[in-house]
Write a protein that binds this ligand. Structure first.
Ligand SMILES: NC(=O)c1ccc[n+]([C@@H]2O[C@H](COP(=O)([O-])OP(=O)(O)OC[C@H]3O[C@@H](n4cnc5c(N)ncnc54)[C@H](OP(=O)(O)O)[C@@H]3O)[C@@H](O)[C@H]2O)c1
Length: 306
């Protein structure tokens, strides 16, 4: 079968290779991958790939071999999955605890856009607590995670301000009900909750806009610039603020995938996909994602997707 493997070349980070089909563990189903979606974080791992790296965490497709231990969906079931690796291929072995069944109304392209970014959004918002009537600031909002957080937070009753580099990158966020600004300094505080994922100078600036006793959840460093904080900045301003680190990871993912599928089916969550193309264009798409030329998600089709 064909698999995309890392090249270590920044201009063409992956290339096709002919490899054996994966052999599933007893608790894994074999999926014929119809669509997959990369995440910007994965593009960074490809810069200096470790030798055993098999990229690909977000997939949708068809079960062609059910798990030997009897768990999970049977042959012919359409699914979305979040394997630990190996999803950018014709076939992937996925633990059944990290699969969710897809209804006919959700095609594989939309489904593949859900896992990592959608699970992050769900778990991040649970970490933030109830948002009804809360003033919330979200930085780095124009990507995959940002669109999901925005739709779910507004739907949960938050008054949300988002930060994007340009009006075009914030267009859909505004349609979803967010107030969009283009630098953290322009966000009108104080905020009850700040969801910060760009790092560098943005974190300290965002922190200065949290109300005393409020919450800042730090979940990324998209600028790739370390943060420095001045203790004395907190005195007389955002006193008693909680700064909480967040990381989405922790299997099983199947139940959260089912929540996301159900929200999409009910029309309460709309994956923002600005590029859907054949997986022959994966290398270009990874470069565009890394260089901030993709709004929301990009989805690659392996052929035969519905
Ligand atoms: N903690 C976790 O478990 C977890 C899980 C998934 C993702 N994340 C983090 O969440 C963030 C969003 O992830 P994603 O997959 O949605 O990525 P994405 O689709 O590429 O979005 C990245 C966002 O960061 C912004 N950005 C990029 N470079 C920036 C810079 N130099 N200065 C300011 N803003 C910058 C981009 O906004 P503009 O181009 O509009 O400025 C974009 O909104 C990332 O930081 C990622 O590492 C964390």
């Amino acid at each position: 079968m064909q698999r995309l493997i890392p090249t270590g070349d920044a201009a063409r980070p992956v290339a096709f290779a002919e490899v054996p089909q994966p052999v599933p563990e007893p608790g894994e189903a074999l999926i014929k991958v119809e669509a997959f979606a990369p995440n910007r974080g994965e593009t960074f791992l490809l810069e200096q790939p470790r030798p055993e790296l098999l990229p690909g965490k977000d997939i949708a497709g068809l079960v062609v071999q059910a798990a030997a231990d009897g768990s999970g969906p049977g042959i012919g079931t359409r699914v979305v999955g979040h394997p630990a690796q190996g999803g950018w291929a014709e076939y992937a072995a996925v633990p059944t605890h990290s699969l969710a069944v897809l209804p006919d109304s959700i095609d594989s392209a939309r489904a593949a856009a859900l896992p990592l970014a959608g699970i992050t959004a769900l778990r991040l918002l649970r970490t933030a607590g109830s948002l009804v009537g809360r003033r919330v600031l979200l930085t780095g909002a124009s990507g995959g995670v940002g669109h999901y957080v925005t739709e779910l937070a507004v739907g949960a009753g938050a008054e949300l301000t988002t930060v994007t580099s340009t009006p075009a990158r914030g267009e859909r966020l505004a349609e979803l009900g967010a107030h969009v600004v283009h630098e953290v300094a322009a966000a009108q505080g104080p905020f009850d909750v700040v969801l910060e994922s760009t790092g560098g100078p943005d974190l300290a600036l965002a922190l200065s806009k949290v109300r005393p006793g409020g919450l800042l959840v730090w979940f990324g460093q998209a600028s790739r610039t370390p943060v420095s904080l001045d203790f004395f900045q907190l005195l007389g301003g955002s006193e008693g603020v909680t700064i909480q680190h967040f990381h989405y990871a922790g299997a099983p993912y199947g139940s959260d995938l089912s929540v996301l599928v159900s929200l999409v089916e009910q029309g309460r969550l709309h994956p923002e996909i600005s590029r859907t193309t054949d997986w022959a264009r994966t290398a270009d798409t990874l470069v565009d994602l890394r260089e901030r030329r993709i709004r929301g998600k990009a989805v690659l089709l392996t052929g035969g997707a519905r």
